[in-house]
Design a protein around this ligand. Structure first.
Ligand SMILES: [Zn+2]
Length: 192
């Protein structure tokens, strides 16, 4: 069985793992999605997708895992620049290969423009890659932290396993406290 953690704020044992609460709160919205799909047939596809996010419980939203970084837009822009750049470069070389001087000078223009596009595309791609790497490190950290997260159903405190004690530790602590109290009262009795 998995360890259980007491709430460090109120001491309650009514705690649950964030992942469990998140998944149960999110699967409910998936059920809504399937129901809508059956009822409306293929037509409601778009509306169903939009409704899926909002039907997630507030608690599940609060306890959701970190979002995986992607930088999709920037990568798309980079690929676009590289594609346009290489196409223009290719045409520039074709024009250079022709004999007319007018075409040749156009070819030079194409090469310059294509080169700038391709290089800036590569630059953006590389810098996006570096940024993504940094964000991924942060994401991994956040994700590990999320996996350690518990929620107190009594006081709503969000618990980090590292800040809390397991049930056994908590019980042991209570036992130690009782023993200590017993010891104190015995000393008190001795002094009387
Ligand atoms: Zn609590």
């Amino acid at each position: 069985m998995e360890k259980q953690f007491n709430c460090p704020q109120c001491g309650s044992d009514r705690t649950q793992k964030a992942r469990v609460l998140y998944e149960s709160g999110t699967s409910a919205s998936k059920m809504t999605m399937a129901g809508l799909g059956v009822a409306g047939g293929g037509k409601v596809g778009v509306g169903v997708g939009a409704g899926a996010g909002t039907s997630q419980t507030e608690l599940a939203k609060k306890l959701s895992p970190p979002v995986k970084p992607a930088l999709v837009g920037r990568r798309f822009l980079a690929w676009l620049l590289v594609a346009v750049g290489s196409f223009t470069l290719f045409n520039g070389f074709l024009l250079l290969a022709t004999t007319t001087l007018h075409h040749k000078s156009n070819g030079v223009g194409f090469l310059i423009f294509g080169g700038i596009c391709a290089f800036s595309g590569i630059f953006i791609f590389k810098s996006a890659g570096r940024k993504l790497k940094k964000r991924k490190v942060k994401y991994e950290e956040d994700y590990t932290k999320w996996e350690r997260t518990w929620y107190c159903n009594r006081c709503g405190h969000i618990i980090d396993e590292l800040d809390s004690k397991t049930f056994e530790e908590f019980q042991k602590l209570g036992k130690n406290l009782k023993e200590l109290e017993g010891l104190v009262s015995r000393i008190d009795n001795l002094n009387k």
